[in-house]
Design a protein around this ligand. Sequence first.
Ligand code: SAM
Length: 204
Amino acid sequence: MSTRNATDVFSEWALIDRDEGMESGHAKSVNEMLNIVIPMLKKPFSAIDVGCGNGWVCRKLQAYENCSKVVGIDGSSEMIAKAKQKGTGEFHLSTLPGWKPSQKFDLIHSMEFLYYLKEPLEMLKILFNEWLEDRGVLIAGVDHYLENIASHDWPKSLNVHMTTLSEEQWKQGMINAGFIDVETRRVGIKSGFVGTLAIFGRKP
Ligand SMILES: C[S@@+](CC[C@H](N)C(=O)[O-])C[C@H]1O[C@@H](n2cnc3c(N)ncnc32)[C@H](O)[C@@H]1O
């Protein structure tokens, strides 16, 4: 049986409100990621959330007084419909990597999106070259990675493609894309969960 498109699966999830479970499940990791990255940004800053789901991180970013603009992009029609219902931000429906924003951003944020791509490290290069302002920062969180053994059966159980990379491969991918000050950290650690791998770095 061929694998399903992740965006179709997540549209089904949105229709049965499983986006809300992701929102609460990912909140601890995202809060820690934002605590890392917000102090690294110039003021005011613009931001984009890549694979934004129902737009909850965009709404969180909008609440920062120094945030001048927030955009969300996702390939699931039902997720984007929900994002538009729930908030006032700018949301785009498109499958990546086949879309590019009309401006560059000071912050690129992404939670639980990159590994659904066949070539996530190529996407890092595109984000670096075409989406990020000079001195801007990218932070991406992934729960499916080589060191998180509990995540290894997710592609099979969801019947969706996932690219499984190690912490070192993500880090090297960031460096190869051109990022400086690249770091990885485990965030959102809780009982029975080794944590989200947060990967971040700056454009010179
Ligand atoms: C695990 S969900 C995470 C959503 C959100 N970031 C959150 O934390 O709740 C992954 C999201 O990535 C989107 N996605 C997966 N592959 C995509 C692609 N190729 N292009 C655009 N969006 C994609 C899905 O539609 C889904 O909303």
